[in-house]
Write a protein that binds this ligand. Sequence first.
Ligand SMILES: CC(C)(COP(=O)(O)OP(=O)(O)OC[C@H]1O[C@@H](n2cnc3c(N)ncnc32)[C@H](O)[C@@H]1OP(=O)(O)O)[C@@H](O)C(=O)NCCC(=O)NCCS
Length: 255
Amino acid sequence: MHRDGLPLTLWVIDLNVDPARLASFERDLDDDERHRAARFAFERHRRRFIVRRSARRRILAALTGASPRDVACLEGPTGKPRLAGGGPGFSCSHSGDVAVLLAARDERVGVDVETLDDSRVDVAALSGFVDPLAIAEVAALPAGGTRVTAFFRWWTRVEALGKATGTGITQWPDAVLPASLGVEAELEWPPLGGAGPRWRLRTFRLASSHLVTVVTAADAGDRADAPVVIHVPDDLGTIPLPGGSAPGAVEASAA
Ligand SMILES: CC(C)(COP(=O)(O)OP(=O)(O)OC[C@H]1O[C@@H](n2cnc3c(N)ncnc32)[C@H](O)[C@@H]1OP(=O)(O)O)[C@@H](O)C(=O)NCCC(=O)NCCS
């Protein structure tokens, strides 16, 4: 598929695969990835890494016409991955047993997925990244649905924006996202009084259990309301592409 014809697309991958299938996914990986997989202390982390890297290779292979083992990615100085030799831009994230890969015509994309889990709400972790006013508002909410959604809306925005810009989040000591962002928003980052790049942020639910934020460059032309959402089959068999027989974004809803 040529990158010019690629709509903003989010593939969703279930990482909870039958362990008997793991060896076939591991065969897609290169030596570096296999060594990285071997270093995980917990088997579930090793499984998740192998499946998401195999899925990354298979999706990028389906998009570029390469074979999964021949997909070559490079990392920028801060870890932002890109296809060696050009091609679609992409960004990856995972939370528990769910992984997502966002692909777009433009390299300036970022995605983050988080499981909506009230026990993971840690408002102090947002300090330095989010407007103190917004943090106080989230902290004041009663535990449960609204608070967990508000918290992970900010969390996924911080991480997805860090991936789109390529800086990650650790290099943002002074970063402050304003309190006024709606479900969809556009902002300048870094803030340079109108001279900085502008980004479009969209946050939505994936089923009832996960929140996703996708970030695109505001001038990239990806103006659709939400990305096309495609579920990858459990066996990572034929990867569905947008515009094919795959079902579209039926479950993305505003959050
Ligand atoms: C990029 C970052 C945000 C990763 O987030 P994460 O929650 O650890 O992991 P995710 O699964 O969402 O994303 C991992 C992917 O991000 C991508 N990534 C890593 N660095 C990146 C960068 N600088 N730019 C863009 N993408 C990057 C990689 O594709 C990576 O996949 P890999 O593990 O297969 O190599 C990381 O730089 C970071 O700073 N993590 C700290 C987490 C934290 O403290 N969060 C507090 C939120 S308020």
